[in-house]
Design a protein around this ligand. Structure first.
Ligand SMILES: C[S@@+](CC[C@H](N)C(=O)[O-])C[C@H]1O[C@@H](n2cnc3c(N)ncnc32)[C@H](O)[C@@H]1O
Length: 469
C-alpha cells in the first residue's frame, strides 16, 4: 500500500542554526521516522516544509528536538492574505471535523522579521471569521490551536512592507525549548568555569541518540552538565575527571557575586535539583590516561568536552624525571605530579577508548577546537573503527571555533587498532598561545612607539615655548 504523506511546517528557533540539520537527522534515525522535504530548506530561514506519513511521527520528533519551536500541520501557504483566504475557503469543508461545539480553540498570530502591535494582530485574526469554528475560545491549553504566521525574512532592520510568505495550520506539537529554561545555568546549583550551556548539552545528547536506560560516560566531566542532559533523556550517567577540587565542589566559585561555594555543591546536587538522582551512577576522580574500566565495559554513548588548555589545564599524571620512585613512607600522602597532556594525544586516547568501550553502533559525541583558517576535514581526529557521521561548527571568535563531532562505532578494534600512533592533528593550544603572545607583543610595540611619539611632540612644544620666552 502506498504511503499517505501529509504536509507540515517545522518552525525552528534561530539559535545554533548550524546544529539544526544534524539534530533532526539524528532524531529521525533514532526513532526510525520517515520524513521527506517538500522543499529544500534554506540555511538561514527559520522554517522547513516537510512531509510525514503520520502525525505521531511529527509529535515524536518534536518531543525530543531542542532546535524546533513548533510543528504545524500545514493547511495553507500563500504570499498574500487574500490568496491565503481563498485557499482556505476552498478547503473549508475539510476543516469541519477539527471543530465542533465541544472543542475549545484559539488562533495565534505570529510574525517573523517585523513587529506587530496587539491591535494589528487582532485585526488579522478577525479576517478568519469564515472558518467553521463552533467551540469556545480558550487561551490556555485549548483543544485546537491554529497558527497564522507572516514571514518577513531575516533582515530585521529593513523588513519589506508585505510578507514574503504566509502560513496557516494546526499546531501539532512544540519542541523541547522549555527544557533549556529548566536547565538554565543561572539557577543551577553547581557550575564551573567551563560548564556547557544547556542547549548545547541537550543537542549533544540528541547527537548521541540517548534512549531511556542507556549507560553513558563523560570522561572529562567537570561540573557534569552533559550528564544532566543525558539523564533528562533517561540515561544512567557516569563521569570522571582529574580535578579533585572540581568534583568535590571546592574550586573558586564561578559566579561573580558568590564568595564561597555551598557545602553541598557538586554534580550529585545538580541531579537532585532536577529530580534525576535515580539516573546518577557516580563521578570518579581519575586521570583519563589511567583507565580503570574492565575491558568488557561497554557504554551506549560517550559525550564529552575535553580540555583545550585555554581556560583549564591539559594535564595528566606523570613526571619528566626518569626512574622516579616514591619511597614507601611517602606513599600514603603522595600527591602525584602532573605533566602536559597535549591535544593530539587527548584525542588519540579518546578515540581509542571509544573504539574499545563503546558498544557497536554507539556514539562518541565530542567537541574539537580549531583555527578556522586551518580547518579542513583532514585535520580532524580519526580511528578506523569510528565513522564520522556529523560535524557542526560553533564559532567562538573571528579566528577560532569548535566543532561538534559525532562518531559511530562500526566494529570492534583489532589489537593494533588499540595502539595507533599519536595523531598528527594540530595542537590548538600551542597555536592559540603563540598567536596571543604575538598580538600582545605587537600591542606592546605599538604602545611604546605611541609613547615615544607623544614624548617627542611634548619636547618639541616645550622647546618652542622656551625659545619664545
Ligand atoms: C572543558 S572541561 C569540561 C566541562 C564540563 N563539560 C562541564 O560542563 O562542566 C574539561 C575537563 O577535563 C578535565 N581534565 C583535564 N585533564 C584531564 C585528564 N587528564 N583526565 C581527566 N580529566 C581531565 C578538567 O579538569 C575539566 O574539568
Amino acid at each position: 500500500m502506498s504511503k499517505c504523506w501529509k504536509k507540515y511546517l517545522l518552525w525552528f528557533a534561530q539559535e545554533h542554526i548550524e546544529f539544526r540539520i544534524a539534530e533532526i537527522e539524528s532524531l529521525l534515525s533514532l526513532f526510525k521516522i520517515d520524513m521527506r522535504y517538500d522543499e529544500k530548506p534554506l540555511n538561514q530561514e527559520p522554517f522547513w516544509l516537510v512531509e510525514f506519513t503520520s502525525e505521531t511521527d511529527a509529535q515524536l520528533l518534536a518531543s525530543r528536538s531542542v532546535s524546533l519551536r513548533n510543528c504545524i500541520e500545514l493547511w495553507g501557504r500563500a504570499n498574500s492574505l487574500e490568496h491565503l483566504h481563498s485557499t482556505l475557503k476552498a478547503k473549508r469543508d475539510l476543516f469541519v471535523p477539527h471543530f465542533h461545539s465541544q472543542k475549545s480553540f484559539k488562533i495565534e498570530v505570529e510574525t517573523f522579521g517585523k513587529h506587530f502591535s496587539q491591535n494589528e494582530k487582532v485585526s488579522k485574526l478577525e479576517t478568519f471569521d469564515y472558518l467553521p469554528l463552533q467551540g469556545k475560545v480558550k487561551l490556555k491549553n485549548p483543544d485546537v490551536c491554529l497558527q497564522y504566521i507572516e514571514y518577513y525574512g531575516n533582515k530585521h532592520l529593513n523588513p519589506p512592507e508585505l510578507p514574503y510568505e504566509i502560513f496557516f495550520g494546526k499546531l501539532i506539537a512544540s519542541g523541547l525549548r522549555q527544557l533549556i529554561q529548566k536547565l538554565s545555568l543561572k539557577t543551577r546549583k553547581f557550575i564551573g568555569n567551563t560548564t556547557m550551556d544547556p542547549q548545547l548539552s541537550l543537542l549533544m545528547a540528541n547527537q548521541a541518540q540517548i534512549q531511556s536506560g542507556d549507560i553513558i560516560l563523560d570522561p572529562f566531566v567537570g561540573s557534569g552538565s552533559l550528564l544532566v542532559a543525558a539523564a533528562e533523556f533517561g540515561a544512567y550517567v557516569f563521569g570522571s575527571d582529574i580535578d579533585y577540587l572540581m568534583l568535590h565542589g571546592k574550586t573558586k566559585p564561578s559566579r561573580i557575586k558568590q564568595k564561597k561555594r555551598a557545602e553541598d555543591e557538586n554534580v550529585y546536587a545538580n541531579m537532585k535539583q532536577y529530580h534525576l538522582e535515580s539516573q546518577y551512577l557516580d563521578v570518579l576522580i581519575s586521570d583519563f590516561t589511567t583507565i580503570f574500566w574492565k575491558p568488557s565495559m561497554q557504554f551506549d554513548a560517550i559525550i564529552t568536552d575535553p580540555p583545550y588548555g585555554i581556560r583549564e589545564a591539559t594535564e595528566r599524571v606523570g613526571t619528566e624525571k626518569s626512574n622516579y620512585v616514591v619511597s614507601e613512607e611517602h606513599l600514603a600522602t603522595h600527591v602525584p605530579a602532573k605533566i602536559e597532556y597535549g591535544i593530539p594525544i587527548i584525542y588519540r586516547d579518546l578515540l581509542v577508548f571509544a573504539s574499545k568501550h563503546l558498544k557497536v553502533s554507539g556514539k562518541l559525541v565530542c567537541w574539537f577546537p580549531v583555527f578556522r583558517e586551518d580547518y579542513n576535514e583532514e585535520c580532524l581526529p580519526t580511528h578506523p573503527c569510528l565513522k564520522l557521521i556529523a560535524n557542526c561548527e560553533q564559532p567562538l571568535s573571528k579566528v577560532t571555533s569548535r566543532r561538534l563531532l559525532t562518531f559511530e562505532k562500526t566494529r570492534p578494534p583489532s589489537i593494533e587498532e588499540l595502539n595507533i600512533e599519536y595523531s598528527t592533528i594540530q595542537d590548538f593550544r600551542d597555536k592559540y598561545f603563540t598567536i596571543r603572545e604575538e598580538s600582545r607583543k605587537e600591542k606592546r610595540l605599538k604602545n611604546a612607539s605611541l609613547k615615544k611619539e607623544n614624548w617627542e611632540k611634548y619636547m618639541t612644544n616645550k622647546n618652542a615655548v622656551e625659545v619664545h620666552k
